[in-house]
Design a protein around this ligand. Structure first.
Ligand SMILES: [Fe+2]
Length: 446
């Protein structure tokens, strides 16, 4: 228990004591030990391979199904014993203290769900034809109790160990977790219902398809991780071209995501805009480094090379299937509302929404980051510049959404950058609206 705060230590001891007490002080008369052993093994197997949800690293396990089947088949004490079996798990990454806590909280959840099931009129034992539909209301009450007790006990330990805030929970992952647990809990009745006829085989009938579905979901999750690694590698390749822009893609991605949420984009589009933010400057790989690092005014050809980088970016990532709408954001992130941007000179609503979003986050991060020709601007100055350019360069609605998101969530600025001795760096930044590129004989260009 080393490393746990004292309050968390006391809480774990209390939960373990209560879990032990509800088993030790109960009578074991009439328990079907064979059914109990089967459900306990089933619970341990399920607990050993929990499904990772897509958000917040939350895990939900099929052991809920076994726990709630035991509420019907065995009653409160049997459900507590099945829950307590979580102390044995095949997962080597789970420390003993966590096993003890999980075991105790599952025992308490099972016990209390069993008590509520009986209090609501549920009959303990193998259901018969006559059990339905009367068994459903008490069973639903048991599922809700099981999930509520489980979530409540876990939430307290997360708060005490500072893994979750006391206030300001992110409700989306909590909601996803709760729905997953309630759904897995309902499968418990599907396991219990045919038990009289097919015995333990009912668990196989119900859980085998579930395991296959989860295996498919796991493959999807791994595929997403591989996609994220691919994008991170491309970003790193881009950012090695200029010491000053390290971390820029990640911050633009974060800013674009904040805007996307602020303007109410659907979650799939928020995910796509995140990718677009990461990859918006991937086309710089196709711009000669000597052009990016040139200190004097650019020639027409050099300026054209920089203006081509959105198209180069599109060429590089066009065949990556999962990018979809992100491609439009990459290609058009330097268009301007007044039509003087590049590469196509689109204006106003002709500019794809992703591009208008990335454009604002891109410019703000550039201005609030150190560049070779100026120190980082304060956030307030960056915001003032965005507002000054709203309507001509930026979409005013996107600018205001970004400012509102920053005011609510804050903005993590990069640390001041001092390149190592001898490091070649860019002397102009095409993303910086406060210092447009200089072109020989023509002054500055947008
Ligand atoms: Fe760019």
């Amino acid at each position: 228990m080393r490393g746990l705060p004292p309050a968390a230590w006391a809480y774990v001891c209390t939960v373990v004591t209560l879990g032990t007490a509800c088993i030790a002080l109960s009578s074991f008369g009439g328990i079907d030990w064979t059914t109990l052993a089967v459900l306990a093994v089933l619970s341990v197997v399920c607990e050993s391979v929990p499904a990772l949800l897509s958000s917040a690293n939350a895990r939900v396990s099929l052991s809920y199904s076994a726990g709630l089947a035991s509420v019907v088949l065995l009653g409160p004490v049997g459900a507590a014993l099945v829950g307590a079996s979580a102390v044995v798990t095949g997962r080597r990454d789970v420390a003993l203290v966590k096993r003890l806590f999980n075991s105790a909280q599952f025992a308490l959840s099972g016990y209390l769900a069993g008590v509520v099931y009986q209090a609501a009129g549920g009959t303990v034992g193998k259901p018969t034809d006559g059990s339905f539909p009367g068994i459903i209301p008490p069973y639903v009450a048991a599922v809700i109790t099981y999930v509520a007790v489980n979530l409540g006990l876990v939430a307290v330990i997360l708060i005490l160990t500072k893994k979750a805030p006391m206030w300001g929970f992110r409700w989306a992952p909590v909601g996803q977790l709760t729905v997953g647990q309630l759904a897995y809990g309902m499968f418990g009745l599907l396991i219990a219902a045919p038990w009289r006829v097919v015995g333990p085989f009912s668990a196989v009938l119900v859980l085998l398809p579930m395991f296959i579905a989860r295996w498919a979901l796991e493959q999807t999750r791994r595929q997403r991780e591989a996609q994220a690694a691919t994008i991170a590698a491309l970003c790193q390749a881009v950012e090695t071209k200029d010491y000053y822009t390290r971390g820029h893609s990640e911050r633009v991605s974060r800013g674009a995501t904040m805007i996307a949420r602020e303007i109410g984009m659907r979650p799939e589009r928020v995910g796509a805009v995140r990718y677009a933010g990461m990859l918006h400057d991937v086309g710089k790989l196709g711009v000669p480094t000597r052009v990016l690092q040139k200190s004097g005014a650019l020639s027409e050809e050099e300026f054209a090379a920089i203006q081509l980088h959105p198209m180069r970016g599109l060429e590089i990532v066009r065949d990556i299937g999962f990018l979809d709408e992100a491609l439009a954001g990459i290609m058009h992130h330097h268009e301007r509302m007044d039509g003087t941007g590049y590469p196509m000179g689109l204006a106003g609503s002709e500019i794809p929404e992703f591009a208008r979003v990335i454009s604002v986050a891109d410019a703000f991060d550039s201005m609030t980051s150190t560049r070779s020709y100026r120190p980082a601007m304060p956030n307030e100055a960056g915001i003032a510049e965005l507002r000054r350019c709203a309507g001509t360069h930026f979409d005013p609605a996107v600018v205001e959404a970004f400012i509102a998101a920053i005011e609510r969530n804050g903005w993590t600025r990069p640390d001041p950058v001092v390149p190592p001795e001898g490091e070649e760096t860019a002397q102009q930044d095409h993303d910086d609206p406060s210092a447009p590129l200089r072109v020989a004989g023509e002054g500055v260009r947008p």
